[in-house]
Design a protein around this ligand. Structure first.
Ligand code: NIG
Ligand code: FE
Length: 409
């Protein structure tokens, strides 16, 4: 046995339901074991139970003392833009002075300033930046992350981003249709979509698992998004959309029609969109840190859950609209700003997020056979994950049955 026993845990908490995505009341069902243990073997969870039921172990099992701690599944961040170079602290200051995100973007700042920095970084610089960001995410409890391209907007840099994400162990999503690059200012968005589909898609489809598009005024319209997504689907990619961030521009109907996995943001979604999403198989990915960072309305998380929609929570970690890699903070925002119970927040950033990434059979729950990815929360009640706003809630992170990060180290 190549094992790790985490023993004497005050609590082991895991989403109860295995049939992802969880919806409605099932989203808040948590299996709770007090005075428990988790046994990992060969990178998988072998057993979860109460200490008093723990039988004799083989001699070569390492032990980790869990006294005073609680275990939850490793967190799954299903929406990030973690592969970027540089920062946007200057823009952050301008926004604090009253400039808006959309104004800065229209003036050639915003996303396009990160495009300039990312193109200049080159593959090695990009890998180094991503490695730093992955370290931050891991220390915040994220053991599985998705990351998007979308800061290259030329063939070479888009593909370099996807390779860097894959090499860093992330789940790559091709976001070629993120913004219009300067080379296409004259040709316009239709010509840029032509270029993406002809010159980049064939290789991007080999590197990425999904495609994403920013469907919004000032970015891509519904017709352009449809053309891009249909071609990506035909190349075998799963579909995702940035939708309803500032305006309802048709993202939800398009996502449903094309069988997308998710539509993400939803800050501007109204009652009809909530109803349509709830009746569909599309997961709504809520990004409250982005809404907070841009001082925008929070997405209607409570209404979506009550309507029966499948929802996930993610950070949207990026240098412009959400310089935040912390899913625990996102859980705090879900609880305090969207009236989601800590239990709902936990399911939304574990099992449901794993579903968005097509990994719900292996990730997002603490049960035999699942990957041995865990967060040890530094409190005897796991709900400190959401309760301790911005606090040092992550004590230790286990990934693939090994200690990957520890506050005590
Ligand atoms: O999800 N809205 C579009 N894209 C990102 C932001 C990217 C950026 O500002 O660099 C988002 O918020
Ligand atoms: Fe995003």
């Amino acid at each position: 046995m190549n094992g790790l026993l985490i023993r004497d845990l005050a609590q082991v908490a895991t989403p109860a339901g295995a049939s992802a995505p969880l919806r409605g009341p099932a989203l808040r069902e948590i299996d709770l074991t007090s005075d428990g243990y988790v046994l990992c073997d060969e990178g998988r969870i072998a057993a979860v139970g109460r200490m008093r039921d723990l039988g004799p172990l083989e001699s070569d099992v390492d032990e980790l003392d869990g006294r005073g701690l609680s275990a939850i599944p490793g967190l799954v961040d299903c929406h990030t833009h973690a592969c970027f170079a540089g920062d946007r602290v200057e823009e952050f200051s301008l926004r604090a002075g009253g400039a808006t995100y959309e104004e800065l973007h229209a003036r050639g700042g915003g996303i396009l300033s990160t495009v300039r920095a990312t193109r200049e970084a080159g593959p090695e610089g990009l890998a180094a930046s991503l490695a730093e960001h992955v370290g931050w995410m891991l220390a915040a409890g994220t053991t599985t992350f998705e990351a998007k391209s979308g800061y290259g907007l030329d063939r070479e840099t888009e593909l370099a981003q996807l390779r860097a994400i894959r090499d860093a162990g992330g789940v790559p999503t091709w976001l070629g249709a993120h913004a219009l690059p300067p080379e296409f200012t004259d040709g316009g968005a239709d010509a840029y979509v032509d270029f993406l589909l002809q010159d980049v898609l064939p290789e991007a489809a080999r590197l990425a698992e999904a495609a994403d598009v920013f469907l919004e005024r000032g970015a891509f319209n519904a017709a352009q998004a449809r053309r891009y997504l249909e071609a990506c689907k035909a190349s075998g990619l799963r579909l995702r959309l940035h939708g309803d961030q500032f305006t309802e521009a048709g993202a939800i109907p398009l996502a449903i029609e094309l069988g997308a996995v998710s539509v993400d943001h939803l800050e501007a979604t109204g009652p009809a969109g909530i109803e349509a999403l709830a009746a569909s198989d599309v997961t709504g990915v809520l990004l409250p840190a982005s809404a907070l960072f841009l001082n925008r309305p929070l997405p209607p998380g409570r209404a979506l859950v009550d309507a029966g929609a499948a929802v996930a929570l993610a950070t949207d970690f990026n240098p412009g609209s959400a310089f935040c890699e912390s899913l625990p903070l996102v859980c705090s925002l879900a609880a305090t700003q969207m009236a989601m119970a800590p239990e709902e927040a936990l399911s939304a950033c574990t099992v449901n997020a794993a579903h968005v990434l097509s990994r719900a059979d292996r990730k997002g729950r603490l049960a035999p056979g699942y990957d041995a990815d865990l967060v040890l929360v530094g409190a005897a009640d796991w709900r400190h994950l959401a309760y301790h706003l911005g606090g040092p809630v992550v004590d230790t992170v286990v990934a693939g049955g090994r200690i990957a990060w520890s506050r005590r180290a």
